[in-house]
Design a protein around this ligand. Structure first.
Ligand SMILES: [Ca+2]
Ligand SMILES: [Ca+2]
Ligand SMILES: [Ca+2]
Ligand SMILES: [Ca+2]
Length: 304
């Protein structure tokens, strides 16, 4: 019997043996149910047999873990809904808006993105154009406990504006559901300020994420608005480095820019999860609220 299966691996031999035994049983008892059980066992067993080709790592972030936008002109419609959030997976050519300050998207890779020394590691594709940056803050997480879930520590990526005037760590904003639902969205921050996300004529739907309750609070890092010129036509110059939806086309991020809660640099050997969050709270006039958009996220070293 063993000799008959000699050209197969031990595991395969076992499954063929099971198949053979089950076949004999079926022959004797004519129970077709047993046949299906036998086939299922063999098929299941052959999976992971080691004779499949290994699946190469995907260059692009491939899992949507969370989409929590702030209110904005695109929210509850294309490009500010769950379908748009999913549309940036496995590509550099989707498009999702995160809404006003604090809105975020959290993505996972199918492998650990290595932190290569003295080089950028992550590329984030955007819809920024010349003189119209809408900078977003990047957070990274390593799957330290190895459970595949983003339940470890988020580290902020420091950029050119870190600790500059107008930069606030542990910033928070609460957004309130308007009534009627298509009205301006009011907000209050944890610094004693309040304001509104103004609706405009181009986008008539509700700007408040319709799946949120009566109010919700977002926390993160506020970036300065010093790059925004609002006389006449609003322009918004890109920051020097460390942000996304910033330089026209794409922004490269070095994992070595990661800092901890106290602002101290941390060294991570690699990361498994990335969160991108709108970093400014700005009224861009006719162009609506300042809101970070992204098209996709890649591990630079896995790009073709
Ligand atoms: Ca690096
Ligand atoms: Ca984890
Ligand atoms: Ca925008
Ligand atoms: Ca943009």
């Amino acid at each position: 019997m063993v000799g008959h299966y000699g050209r197969y691996s031990n595991a395969m031999r076992l499954y063929l043996l099971i198949l053979n035994t089950m076949t004999n049983l079926v022959r004797k008892q004519k129970k077709w149910l047993l046949w299906s059980v036998a086939v299922a066992i063999v098929l299941y067993g052959c999976k992971g047999e080691g004779d499949e080709l290994p699946v190469p790592d995907q260059a692009y972030a491939s899992t949507l873990l969370e989409y929590v936008p702030a209110p904005g002109q695109f929210i509850n419609a294309q490009i500010g809904d769950l379908a748009s959030a999913k549309g940036i997976l496995n590509t550099n050519n989707g498009l999702v808006s995160l809404g006003a300050w604090g809105g975020s998207i959290t993505l996972g890779f199918d492998h650990t993105v290595a932190n290569v020394a003295n080089a950028a590691d992550l590329r984030v594709y955007n819809n920024a154009f010349n003189s119209f940056a809408e900078p977003g803050v990047v957070w990274v997480m390593k799957d330290e406990n190895g459970n595949g879930l983003p339940d470890d520590t988020w580290y902020e990526i420091a950029g050119s504006e870190t600790d500059q005037e107008g930069y606030i760590r542990n910033y928070e904003i609460t957004y309130f559901k308007p009534s009627p639902i298509t009205e301006n969205v009011t907000w209050k921050d944890n610094q004693g300020h309040e304001g509104v996300i103004k609706t405009n004529n181009q986008h008539k739907q509700s700007y408040y994420p319709e799946w949120m309750g009566e109010s919700y609070t977002l926390s993160g890092v506020l970036l300065p608005s010093t790059h925004i010129q609002s006389e006449g036509i609003v322009t918004s110059q890109p920051f020097d480095f460390g942000y996304v939806d910033n330089q026209a086309g794409e922004d490269d991020i070095d994992i070595d820019w990661a800092i901890d809660q106290t602002g101290k640099q941390v060294h991570l050997s690699g990361i498994d999860f990335i969160r991108i969050q709108t970093g400014i709270q700005a009224d861009m006039g006719l162009l609506g609220e300042g809101s970070t958009e992204i098209r996709g996220v890649a591990d630079i070293r896995k790009l073709p």
